[in-house]
Write a protein that binds this ligand. Structure first.
Ligand code: UDP
Length: 489
């Protein structure tokens, strides 16, 4: 443990509430749990957010803001034992490794158990409960030893959690990975295939890990989901029924960040100069005219696919802002971008290399569409800010999230890809989505046909519902109240 900040203690009634939040060290999991920590702290709960030095460095401005606001959050940095699994120093986040072999990464995380227990036992306010990412199954043992409740936080949609429960554990009879099957026990017909349902985390070695995750989910006292009732009501009810557990929906958590400063801080630090370039460009465009394109923090595309996407965007001829990850920029891609593509698209398109403040961009009035990989945070951010989507899932829950957006809610246009693709080798030459399909989808989403207009109306309504859910007396607001009360009774 390298740092504990000295913040005032708070009381809830005459009891002191101390919630211990333990996210998985991947941006898509850390970001919403950091928002949850703030929401709980605003309600008077003392929060310990367990993190590691490299991850804490990324959110330094957020830590600073919490201190200045006198919020009772301690950002607790536990030393991450990189050397024990042969990772380089400071390689403490999923987005810092060059392969998709995350297994040693999640396993080493359990080595934080002892330092965590020492921290909690020494704390002046005894812990009231642990809220830990579902993948951090090792925290169940900590909760048992300390005799406190443990609540599982799931990052993805409730639909995915439900499919995970109903299907992933029960589809071993399917040997053909592309064979379509109807997802069982759903309120409406939804099809999938084994590749999409099991995909990423079915590689050798994951079996035991997954079994531990499932086992410790069944021992959890309750489940917290970053979603809201109006979006997933039917699936939430079913999920409560099959798990037999109370499911607290507390999202969309991104709506915690109301002012521009909070939005721009979220997740990572960005140079002011770069932000100015992005927002000056957005300011120069008409309302709802710009398509924002980003594929989250982990997926990567090969050079040929990037060029294919670029061609589709060019012929679609709508203004766009496209985030290309540093890890995707090989010398060849760099040459293509700076000597060819950026010159061709000029004012029509802005290419951002590396991290951008996504929440601020999606909030900008010029943004009228989002081409997304269907990471659950990206989807919730888009819905809660009233931006319809073009969906291009790459792996894991993203295929199921796409079904919710396109088939169930009608809030997006699918690119139709069914193939898992998330970290192709550097020399991979596969093109998963072709330029014509990209062009058609962009025209459809950003055009003036009735279908596009209907989607905009629907997503605007859902954005209103999302805001209401998070306001006082809204469903997510009330769930946070009840969650705290259930622990402190
Ligand atoms: N994000 C961001 N800037 C970027 C890329 C991503 O702020 O340049 C944020 C995005 O707003 C979201 C998170 O990173 O909150 C990504 O989570 P998501 O679940 O969408 O995808 P993942 O990265 O987990 O696949």
């Amino acid at each position: 443990m390298t740092e504990q900040m000295n913040l005032p203690m708070t009381c809830l009634g005459d009891k002191k509430a101390h919630f211990v939040l333990i996210p998985l060290v991947a941006q898509g999991h850390l970001i919403p749990m950091t928002d949850l920590a703030h929401l709980l702290a605003e309600r008077g709960v003392h929060v310990s957010l367990i993190t590691t030095p490299t991850n804490a460095t990324r959110i330094r401005p957020i830590v600073q803001r919490s201190i200045e606001s006198n919020l009772p959050i301690q950002f607790v940095e536990l030393k991450f034992p990189c050397a024990q699994i042969g990772l380089p120093d400071e390689c403490e986040n999923f987005d810092l490794i060059d392969s998709n072999n995350f297994l040693p990464f999640v396993e080493v995380y359990s080595l934080l158990r002892n330092p965590l227990e020492q921290y909690l036992l020494a704390h002046q306010i005894p812990p009231s409960c642990i809220i830990s990412d579902g993948y951090n199954h090792w925290t169940a043992e900590v909760a048992r030893r300390l005799c406190i409740p443990r609540i599982v936080f799931h990052g993805p949609s409730c639909l995915f959690a439900l499919c995970n429960y109903n299907t992933i554990r029960k589809s071993n009879h399917l040997t053909d990975y592309s064979e379509q099957f109807v997802l069982p026990h759903m309120p409406q017909t939804l099809q999938s295939n084994k590749a999409n349902e099991l995909n990423t985390f079915n590689a050798p070695g994951w079996k035991e890990f997954n079994e531990n995750v499932f086992k410790e989910e069944t021992t959890a006292d309750a489940i917290v989901l970053n979603t809201f009732e109006d979006l997933e009501r039917q699936f939430i009810e079913l999920y409560e029924k099959v798990t037999g557990k109370k499911v607290w929906t507390v999202g969309p958590l991104n709506l915690y960040n109301k002012d521009e400063y909070s939005k721009s801080l979220r997740g990572n630090k960005l140079g002011v100069e770069k932000q100015e370039r992005v927002f000056n460009w957005l300011d120069s465009h008409k309302p709802k005219s710009v398509l924002y394109i980003s594929f989250g923090t982990i997926t990567r595309q090969n050079g040929l696919q990037l060029m294919e996407l670029g061609s589709g965007l060019e012929t679609a001829n709508k203004p766009f802002i496209w985030v290309v990850k540093e890890a995707e920029i090989t010398p060849e891609v760099d040459r293509w971008l700076s000597e060819d593509f950026e010159k061709k698209v000029q004012q029509k398109g802005l290419i951002c290399r590396g991290w951008v403040p996504q929440l601020s961009i999606l909030s900008h009035p010029s943004v009228g569409g989002f081409m997304t990989h269907c990471g659950w945070n990206s989807i919730l951010e888009s819905i809660s800010l009233g931006v319809p989507m073009i969906t291009w899932p790459h792996f894991s829950d993203q295929f199921t999230n796409e079904k919710l957006v396109v088939d169930v809610m009608g809030l997006g246009v699918s690119l139709g890809t069914e193939t898992v693709c998330w970290m192709p080798a550097a020399d991979d030459k596969t093109i998963w989505v072709h330029r014509d399909d990209i062009e058609k989808a962009v025209q459809k989403l950003m055009g003036e046909e009735e279908e596009a207009k209907a989607m905009r109306r629907k997503v605007a309504d859902m954005a209103d519902n999302a805001k209401k859910a998070m306001e006082m007396a809204g469903s997510s607001y009330d769930n946070i109240t009840q969650l705290i009360e259930s622990i402190m009774l």
